[in-house]
Write a new protein. Structure first.
Lengths: 314, 259
């Protein structure tokens, strides 16, 4: 057994990262998935379809999953001795990776974009994607946190996986956190992570009064709306729209950056877009260094004209 | 309530970051700043201290080099004191060593609540708060955007992929806050003057009972074998808007068949 992939259920599906990572882990041999959540039949079937031959399933109920999941995963590691445990960048993924490493003393290697085994070698991108770092694990297993979309998910044509139900271990004080309410924020338009066109706004948009320009441009192009951390921090838009290191990673055909300077933390989330268009009034903004087309100008002049032109073309 | 806030000093994020070609460590200038992410952690700690009489806010930082400028910044915001772990043996430490060191220092000082940022701007492994929680045997309420404490219970709004959850846990707890959690205050002149008088304790790994083979690059379980710059995207055409630049955008959108 060489690889365990972590998966967390959301809306009855396995995490997108688990499907990407299972696809990759097939290269190493049989794939075991450690799946946290209610255990919907669709979620388990999708994991099998992407290469999982065994699924260990833990349902934490209303308990915060990280502490019991880390304890149960430590037991699975002890019995199966994998070379790597692969995690996505999801919130629970990172919680479990952190707790597990402290529990077992295993090294954590983050921001990974590629992994190989024998020996375990991980390629990571740091500093907003400016540097590539190759790290060799000297202790086993390596807990590798992989950036979204590093691997393309592909069905394996495999059958239903063998499912083992894992009892929630009693972890005492560490496990005393409970989820008392769950809130889903309304979302409109296409999914940010899957959209072919993303229009993102930064502080340079000027304020909530002008944000409709971003939304209108996205609508004209059938695209999704994104934002920088600064804009989310200012409360203009919800966190679910944040693109960057601490937010979503997008790889659309076209990314339009409006009033975005191009901080390291933002670039890592969008630099792999096929075509990048930037509009900013500061000619020295770092975003221009990676844009295929840069417009030095006032967002409030350029955007209304652009929207009008697109409307006129129908 | 004893509130511990973990903070990190980093090179100014407005400057390009570099790795030392020999050691593969981040090149750290003499003058470092408080990681912006941690300003929010300090702010949350100060607000909770204000709301709970008799509370103290102590900063904890594993600070490999440079001045204490960033720590003074956090003290100037209003934290009561700082505990710095500075030790040559800690160079090259991975996330888990950092967590072991911080957890040991926090435990030595005593704590009810530990607050950290979600991830550092220069390292961003993003697991240190959870590692500290596991070592201290507490829940880790990560990705929290709002934190309240009443009657010995912590209540947070924790971000999820599609919204947020309300999560509760009895103290002691480790909370990792996101940047948008609060509006972080700027130090006042009075705060800056007071910060100069505030105590900064300096500890070594040995003071914390950590053996040499547990810390530094030897305890990392990983070794960097190669560092290389990634070929940057080529900058394309840059046009100055003189009223017609939107047409250049339209023609590129046509070219890539989006319209």
């Amino acid at each position: 057994m060489t690889a365990i992939v972590f998966s967390e259920e959301s809306d009855g599906h396995g995490s997108a990262s688990a499907l990407e990572l299972s696809t990759k882990a097939r290269e190493f041999g049989d794939v075991t998935v450690f799946h946290v959540g209610a255990g919907a039949a669709d979620a388990i079937a999708e994991l099998g379809d992407h290469g999982a031959t065994a699924v260990h399933h833990l349902d934490p109920g209303e308990g915060l999953p990280a502490a019991p999941a880390a304890a149960a995963l430590a037991d699975l590691i002890a019995s199966e001795a994998p070379s790597v445990v692969l995690f996505g960048m999801g919130y629970t993924d990172r919680d479990v990776a952190g707790r597990l490493s402290a529990r077992t003393g295993s090294p954590v290697i983050a921001a990974a974009v590629n992994v190989s085994i024998d020996p375990v070698v991980v390629t990571s991108e740091i500093f907003g994607g400016a540097e590539r770092v190759v790290t060799e694990a000297t202790a086993s297993p390596a807990l590798v946190i992989v950036r979204p979309k590093a691997f393309e998910p592909e069905p394996s044509g495999g059958g239903a996986p063998a499912v083992t139900v894992v009892a929630t271990p009693d972890v005492g004080r560490s496990g005393s956190a409970t989820v008392t309410e769950r809130h889903v924020e309304e979302r409109e338009g296409p999914d940010l992570e899957a959209a072919g066109v993303v229009v993102s706004g930064g502080r340079g948009v000027g304020g909530t009064d002008n944000w409709h320009l971003i939304e209108e441009l996205a609508e004209q192009l059938g695209g999704a709306v994104g934002a920088t951390r600064a804009v989310v921090d200012s409360g203009w838009v919800p966190y679910s729209l944040q693109v960057g290191q601490t937010g979503k990673t997008v790889k659309p055909a076209v990314y339009i950056a409006v009033g975005i300077s191009g901080a390291m933390q933002h670039l890592v989330g969008m630099k792999d877009a096929t075509t990048i268009i930037a509009i900013n009034k500061d000619p020295d903004a770092p975003i221009f260094a990676i844009a295929d087309l840069g417009v030095v100008g006032d967002v409030h002049q350029v955007l209304p004209k652009l929207i009008e032109e697109l409307k006129a073309r129908g | 309530m004893k509130i511990a806030v973990c903070v990190k000093q980093i090179p100014d994020p407005a400057t390009p970051y570099q790795l030392d070609p020999e050691t593969h460590l981040v090149v750290r200038p003499q003058e470092q700043v408080l990681d912006d992410t941690d300003r929010y952690g300090v702010e949350v700690g100060l607000q909770l201290a204000d709301a709970n009489e008799g509370s103290s806010v102590t900063l904890f930082s594993m600070s490999p080099s440079g001045s204490l400028q960033g720590i003074r910044q956090a003290l100037a915001m209003g934290a009561d004191k700082a505990v710095i772990i500075d030790d040559e043996a800690l160079r090259g430490s991975a996330a888990l060593t950092t967590a072991r060191v911080l957890a040991a220092a926090i435990e030595r000082e005593g704590f009810d609540l530990v607050i950290a940022g979600t991830e550092s701007t220069d390292g961003y492994t993003g697991v240190v708060p959870q590692q500290i929680a596991e070592i201290l045997d507490t829940p880790s309420l990560s990705f929290s955007r709002s934190v309240e404490v009443s009657d010995g219970t912590v209540r947070v709004e924790r971000q999820t992929e599609g919204g947020y959850d309300v999560v509760e846990a009895p103290l002691p707890v480790v909370v990792a806050v996101t940047a948008g959690s609060v509006e972080a205050r700027y130090p006042t002149f009075k705060g800056i003057m007071q910060a100069k008088q505030k105590p900064i304790d300096e500890l070594t790994a040995a003071d914390l009972g950590l053996a040499a083979d547990e810390v530094g690059s030897g305890g990392a379980g990983q070794t960097i074998t190669e560092v290389a710059p990634i070929e940057a995207r080529q900058a394309g055409e840059v046009v100055e808007d003189e009223g017609e630049a939107h047409l250049a955008i339209v023609s590129l959108l046509e070219e890539v068949k989006v319209i």
